[in-house]
Design a protein around this ligand. Structure first.
Ligand code: NAP
Length: 233
């Protein structure tokens, strides 16, 4: 499972202004598009749907065509994590219009959220994973049952925090913008939590490169191998 985001040098995903802050550049958006084209599902938290109204599609016609010729949908399945189920049916993610070449949408919610969710079956499939919250392991198991082997989580900070602290993340991709937001900062890349990826078990830096003014950093989890070595008397 991959977590991918663009952030300011001081770790913000956004500022507090109404319109969306652009933290990345065209070449980096294209890189993300290639990552999207390589996965089976793209997921975000409800806060990102409310703030950014994303469509979560593969944009490049060539990449969509490649996916189709490999027998896959033009864009990956799309998933939203929303314990409350309070999602706006007019959000672009749920627009199944003629222009929409996106994969199906699944909303992972709680039992109460499923009752409150205003989305009809034509907009999304609503799956309750637990009584009051979203059980991420159950959501991942449900996705696996739909053939999702590679999942890309594209924000926001609350959902990053949940996945990272539950130790469910194999790769972290961060595009770091060369500025600080300080007191204008909004959502953060992660919030306070007990992270297993601490100094005692750091991630491994797999890639670091410049994309124009952006620094792309790719980290992978280190799988610790325990070898049974009996002591020879
Ligand atoms: N720079 C980037 O790459 C990037 C990418 C994505 C988003 N963003 C920015 O990030 C901000 C949104 O981030 P955010 O942290 O506010 O929201 P978020 O992580 O997108 O979504 C938060 C929502 O997730 C649900 N949630 C809460 N705890 C959860 C858990 N343990 N498991 C599963 N779902 C859970 C809740 O939904 P309910 O309210 O429905 O209960 C909560 O409101 C926006 O400003 C957006 O622009 C930036």
């Amino acid at each position: 499972m991959i977590v991918s985001a663009a952030m300011s040098l001081d770790g913000f995903l956004d500022d507090v202004a109404e319109e969306r802050l652009v933290l990345s550049n065209a070449a980096d958006f294209d890189r993300v598009d290639a990552v999207r084209a390589g996965v089976d599902a793209i997921a975000v938290g409800a806060g990102t749907v409310r703030a950014d109204d994303p469509r979560l599609l593969v944009r490049s016609p060539e990449r969509r065509a490649e996916r189709v010729s490999a027998g896959r949908p033009a864009s990956p399945l799309r998933a939203v994590f929303s314990p409350s189920g309070e999602l706006d049916p007019s959000a672009r993610l749920f627009d199944r219009g003629a222009e929409d070449v996106g994969g199906r949408v699944v909303v992972y919610t709680s039992a109460a959220g499923a009752r409150a969710c205003p989305l009809g079956p034509e907009a999304a499939e609503v799956v309750a994973t637990a009584e009051r919250e979203v059980d991420l392991a159950a959501a991942l198991a449900d996705l696996a049952g739909r053939g999702v082997a590679r999942l890309l989580v594209e924000g926001g900070g609350t959902v990053h925090t949940a996945f990272l602290s539950a130790d469910l993340v194999d790769e972290v991709h961060v595009a770091v913008a060369p500025f600080l937001l300080g007191d204008r900062g909004g959502a953060r890349f992660v919030y306070e939590a007990a992270f297993p990826q601490g100094p005692g078990r750091p991630l491994r830096l797999a890639e670091a490169r410049a994309i124009g003014a952006i620094a792309l950093l790719v980290y992978r989890r280190v799988n610790v191998l325990y070898v049974y070595a009996p002591m020879i008397p």
